[in-house]
Design a protein around this ligand. Structure first.
Ligand SMILES: Nc1ncnc2c1ncn2[C@@H]1O[C@H](COP(=O)(O)OP(=O)(O)O)[C@@H](O)[C@H]1O
Ligand SMILES: [Mg+2]
Length: 362
């Protein structure tokens, strides 16, 4: 039996009368990288602060390495020495980068030789060796974040908490920080719990994802689980499943069902019975557009007219009315080739297997 390094049992947190964390039971295994994803205000930072033992839960228990750390101050402080927390907006002191990284070690009264050796290897780990003598206050946002990560790692923590490590950073700094984190994760085998509102960051870095919305841990699983089979519509929305259509199962032929969505029938694979109220979840990128009805094996083809077109980065999002509203995404080139314009008629096609069917309960 493997023991979780951190375990929470039904923890809650309140600020005033507001429930901020609602009955969260979560296990974090030794060496795993867990990303907590959720929108702003969901409670990610609060949960990290609880796990880091900076805050005490209003109710519930927290175990660290098998000990109940919510029980007393002594155990709590002992456990905290084995953890590091990188704040969303890290604070660096008005001193050299090296001295900043040495802080935690000096508080722990490490020997001077140990301090300088640990500082050097932490600098190396984040690729900031050349910055040792720079005043930390003169660094860019991305560099400051790297120094904060180095400072957190210098004490060789067993758990590293990262709160939105790349929020407010430009794409180049973000990529650099993710690269450093991926390297640390691969090399150090440190347990990492990170909060992010960037789904794709969780997907890139974490082995497991926990979705937090409105103080509730709604789903945990592998990135693939979360992205392909969200268990409810709130998670589906969060992970960018642009089409969430309410309907009723109207027919069945083995595992192939027909879902009646306001009079249109969408073919899907589902084990729910006839009459079941469901949501059909369809990713915009799984829908293709064509000017003519094609004879592909895809089970679903709908004719519709374009109601809205708007660019998103390198892609173009297209909204259709085809008996129900359908959001699709195409490349700029296809948008040009198909001569897409509001009011034009097109055929939208997607496979029955591209439809994820959820029983409706919310
Ligand atoms: N110290 C506090 N006092 C009162 N409310 C707070 C405090 N800290 C956070 N909150 C509230 O708790 C909720 C969750 O916040 P937070 O954990 O920071 O979410 P996230 O990190 O997911 O954005 C928000 O509604 C926020 O306004
Ligand atoms: Mg936060």
């Amino acid at each position: 039996m493997s023991m979780a390094l951190i375990e929470t049992v039904n923890i809650t947190q309140k600020y005033g009368k507001q429930d901020i964390i609602k009955n969260i039971s979560l296990k974090v295994d030794q060496g795993e990288v867990l990303a907590l994803i959720g929108p702003t205000g969901a409670g990610k930072t609060t949960l990290l602060r609880l796990l880091d033992l900076l805050e005490t839960p209003a109710s519930g228990r927290i175990y660290f390495d098998g000990m109940e750390v919510t029980a007393g101050k002594h155990l709590r402080l002992q456990a905290r020495r084995r953890m590091s927390f990188v704040l969303q907006k890290p604070v660096v002191f008005n001193m050299s980068v090296s001295d900043n990284i040495a802080c935690g070690l000096k508080w722990r009264k490490e020997k001077e030789a140990t301090v300088s050796q640990r500082v050097n290897s932490a600098l190396e780990l984040v690729g900031m060796t050349g910055y040792a003598n720079r005043n930390a206050r003169t660094l860019s946002g991305g560099e400051t974040q790297l120094v904060a990560i180095a400072r957190a790692l210098a004490i060789a923590p067993e758990v590293l908490f990262l709160d939105e490590p790349t929020a407010n950073l430009d794409p180049v700094s973000t990529a650099r920080i993710e690269e450093v984190l991926a390297h640390i994760i691969g090399e150090q085998k440190t347990t990492v719990v990170m909060a992010t509102h960037d789904m794709s960051q969780g997907q890139r870095l974490a082995g497991r994802i926990g979705v937090i919305i409105n103080g509730e841990l709604l789903q945990t699983g592998s990135p693939n689980d979360i992205f392909s089979t969200p268990q409810n519509t709130r998670v589906a929305e969060l992970v960018g499943i642009g089409n969430i259509l309410g309907g009723v199962i109207a027919s069945r032929d083995n595992e192939l069902v027909g879902i009646d969505v306001g009079g249109s029938i969408i073919q899907a694979i589902s084990e729910h019975g006839i009459g079941a109220e469901v949501h059909a979840l369809i990713r915009p990128e799984d829908v293709t557009l064509a000017l003519h009805k094609d004879a592909s094996s895809a089970r679903n083809t709908f004719e519709g007219s374009i109601t809205r077109i708007f660019p998103v980065g390198a892609l173009v999002r297209v909204e259709l009315a085809c008996g129900f509203p359908l959001l699709t995404v195409v490349t700029r080139r296809s948008a040009r080739d198909l001569n897409l314009a509001v009011g034009n008629r097109v055929y939208a096609t997607f496979k029955a297997t591209a439809v994820h069917v959820l029983k409706r309960w919310n």
